[in-house]
Design a binder for this molecule. Structure first.
Ligand SMILES: [Zn+2]
Length: 100
């Protein structure tokens, strides 16, 4: 596989490292409960990761926003320092969700 696959795989590892206790895998997708709550119903917002996208939203309201994983990694992963700016990404996704 090409570079994309490696980036995705790396982000997956970083995601799991950050949220290990809450992580669930279902049908090949990674689900993670976040600390953010839905402004509409008060439910826990979740992060869903597939091969290409990071989805963020509320299962009860069935509202999700998404970002391409490649874009996210470009902005939030520092490969030199092996650091993933999880908070930065979450803030962006949450803002996006509020506007959706
Ligand atoms: Zn909701």
């Amino acid at each position: 596989m090409g570079t994309d696959f490696c980036i995705a795989d790396d982000l997956r590892k970083l995601c799991i490292a950050n949220f290990k206790p809450a992580e669930k895998v279902y049908m090949g997708l990674v689900y993670v409960d976040t600390v953010n709550t839905c402004p509409r119903c008060g439910g826990v917002l979740e992060l869903v990761e597939d091969d290409r996208f990071i989805w963020f939203g509320c299962r009860r309201c069935m509202r999700y926003v998404k970002r391409e994983k490649r874009e996210v990694t470009k902005r939030y992963v520092d490969y030199v320092k092996r650091k993933f700016d999880w908070r930065g990404m979450m803030n962006e996704l949450y803002e996006l969700y509020l506007k959706s």
